[in-house]
Design a protein around this ligand. Structure first.
Ligand code: WTA
Length: 631
């Protein structure tokens, strides 16, 4: 199923459009099924109702583990690099990983989990996180991994939305020279989570934790009580595999649902092709498993292909900005897949951290999560790839399950800051505001996808109507991505950023409405409006305009109070970079905030604010501009 020439890409693409069922049916033959499908695809985008590989039975962990045992059992599956470089790295072969996953799957069963139950995972980037994820899949439980940067309240909201029965966590995590008390956060969350019966706690940093009798158990004790034989649960291709919460333009995160069969095929196919993975190579994705990139391209994609996946606990700048390069040298990394924000941050340290580092193992580079600017692209290309490693700028989303538009390493061309061409099976189109297709090249529009692909979301947990409204109602018969896009003269795609009220801060998706809700929860705050502005390292920064008439003491302290509230309500990742206190917001007569004006002010460009005649009180704009200049 690996594409080896541009000609083959063109042929496969053509076939995938002309006869999608045959195309995906053949790709799916490369996976292990307990029972074959009777229909490759049935779909409509109105309800929406999408089914891939109907009737097929499988377990994704048999594809990620069991099927490699006979020939590749002793091959490294996961290489774990700890936060502290003085600590030993740990390698799990496929055999070892299989054994650990089966054992932990039995722990889950012992604690009452069964097929279909939802399980929340809130853990550091340790091998046990991948083991927990796979153990859920082994028994057919649905995992909902929550990124370690979310607060107790965010966790509780997510746990309650999907009524999780079990939580898997650790005492704490290391992040650079900081320690984060994960179990404390979970304890706060669980006060308001009546559905959770059990909490399994891994000892990682050995910080004191409270352990509630009857509810909390230690991971290390539990594994002693079970054996390592666990037959995989037989799953329907369309059974739920996982839920992953993501921000949108409304205040409440949605639980994006992926199913077993289609997701597996899509994650495996795209991993093998986009990175041109070759047997024996070492692949390093720097994302966190708390995000979709980690799900698809640290765990499921690479393991389904028998690859060696590096799992890194720490951050790029600890103990020094050489850390990524040390890891590349130490583990002889062949593929490095990271985010533009990390590249820009490392760029800012100059070339010194690169001195003496042997990066000669690198063959393929990848970028994900946000548009990569040309400067960062060239730096990555020259300094890290030495001009020899193709950069795959991969565009995709939590909802798409896997990479959609991207170069195929060594096969299709790259172009700085362009995601380039759609992968086989992906049919992108650009539409104008009225949903009319914009044809031809050298055009811009809103990016939609007009035909299903196996990795696409099936619903949003507990609220199918919301899935329909968010993705399938803006334009009839199209999946709407929320992204703006340029198709250049050569037909190459360049993603220009979100066209809805979603920010992309350091590659993390954050809805402005969510941040506003959090700020508005601060006592005394009357109203707020949040917009993004260009940020050198983060890509976008968060700019909050806040009406807080009777603030508590000095303005600077009041800002810190608000940041504290946002940290409590969402988590530190959503803290505004700038807060401006204002007496009013620019509103239309119908009461709608004119964000366009606030965005301009946040960008520092107030020369042309456009038509302000419909504003209720144009004077407020002058006041905000004057205050913003002083910030
Ligand atoms: C943005 C991350 C430009 C985009 C996999 C999308 C990108 C959102 C790229 C999804 C890219 C992701 N170039 N923009 N290569 N990749 N995006 O759900 O706005 O965390 O809609 O998935 O990130 O973010 P999410």
């Amino acid at each position: 199923m690996q594409i080896t020439s541009f000609k083959q890409y063109e042929e496969d693409y053509k076939k995938s459009v002309e006869n999608p069922e045959q195309f995906w049916g053949e790709v799916a033959q490369n996976f292990q099924w307990r029972k074959p499908w009777f229909k490759v695809l049935s779909w409509n985008f109105n309800e929406p109702n999408i089914k891939w590989f109907e009737g097929a039975k499988l377990n994704i962990t048999e594809n990620c583990l069991d099927r490699h045992l006979a020939t590749n059992g002793d091959k490294p599956a996961i290489v774990w690099e700890p936060n502290n470089p003085e600590e030993e790295s740990v390698t799990y072969t496929y055999k070892m990983l299989h054994e650990r996953v089966c054992r932990f799957a039995n722990v889950l069963k012992r604690n009452g989990a069964k097929k279909g139950d939802r399980i929340c995972i809130y853990m550091p980037m340790v091998p046990e996180l991948a083991i927990a994820v796979l153990a859920c899949a082994r028994i057919g439980a649905v995992h909902s991994v929550i990124f370690g940067g979310f607060s107790a309240k965010s966790i509780a909201d997510r746990i309650n939305d999907s009524q999780c029965k079990v939580v898997i966590t650790a005492d704490g995590s290391y992040r650079g020279n900081k320690q984060i008390p994960l179990k404390d956060v979970i304890d706060d969350a669980l006060i308001g989570c009546p559905t959770v019966a059990k909490c399994i706690v891994l000892t990682h940093i050995r910080t004191p934790v409270s352990m509630l009798k009857g509810r909390d158990v230690w991971w290390e004790d539990e594994v002693k009580h079970v054996n390592d034989i666990c037959e995989a649960e037989e799953m329907d291709a369309e059974d739920m595999l996982f839920i992953l919460y993501t921000s949108g333009s409304t205040g409440k995160p949605k639980g994006v649902v992926h199913t077993c069969g289609g997701y597996m095929v899509y994650a495996g196919y795209t991993f093998s092709n986009v990175f041109n993975y070759q047997p024996g190579e070492v692949y390093f994705c720097t994302a966190d498993i708390g995000w979709i990139t980690g799900h698809s391209y640290i765990v499921y994609g690479p393991l389904s292909q028998g690859a060696t996946s590096v799992l890194f606990e720490g951050i790029p700048t600890y103990p020094s900005p050489s850390r990524f390069w040390d890891i590349v040298e130490k583990h002889k990394v062949n593929t490095l897949y990271t985010a533009p924000t990390a590249i820009r941050s490392l760029m800012s340290f100059g070339e010194e951290p690169l001195n003496g580092k042997d990066l000669s193992s690198i063959r393929v580079l990848g970028s994900v999560g946000e548009p990569i600017n040309e400067e960062a692209w060239h730096w990555f290309d020259e300094k890290i790839g030495h001009g020899k490693a193709p950069i795959v700028d991969t565009w995709w989303q939590t909802e798409t399950g896997g990479i959609m538009i991207s170069p195929i390493a060594t096969v299709t061309p790259t172009k700085p800051s362009f995601a380039t061409l759609p992968l086989p099976g992906i049919q992108p189109i650009l539409v104008d505001e009225n949903g009319n297709e914009i044809e031809g090249n050298g055009v811009m529009g809103n990016l939609c996808i007009k035909f299903p692909w196996p990795g696409m979301l099936r619903t949003t947990y507990g609220d199918h109507e919301r899935c329909k409204q968010t993705y399938f109602s803006t334009y009839e018969n199209l999946y709407f991505t929320g992204d703006g896009c340029l198709r250049d003269e050569d037909g190459y795609y360049r993603i220009t950023g979100r066209v809805d009220d979603v920010l992309n801060v350091s590659g993390h998706r954050i809805g402005t409405a969510e941040v506003e809700n959090a700020i508005n929860m601060h006592a005394g705050v009357v109203e707020s409006a949040v917009v993004g502005y260009p940020h050198d390292v983060k890509g976008q920064g968060i700019y909050a305009f806040v009406i807080y008439p009777e603030m508590h003491g000095e303005a600077e302290l009041s800002k810190k109070d608000i940041l504290q509230t946002v940290t409590r309500v969402i988590g530190a990742i959503a803290k505004p970079d700038k807060i401006l206190f204002v007496s009013g917001l620019p509103k239309t007569r119908s009461g709608k905030i004119m964000r366009r004006i606030l965005r301009k002010i946040a960008e520092g460009d107030t020369t042309n604010l456009g038509d302000t005649s419909t504003l209720l009180d144009p004077g407020v704009v002058e006041e905000i501009i004057a205050a913003a200049k002083k910030l």
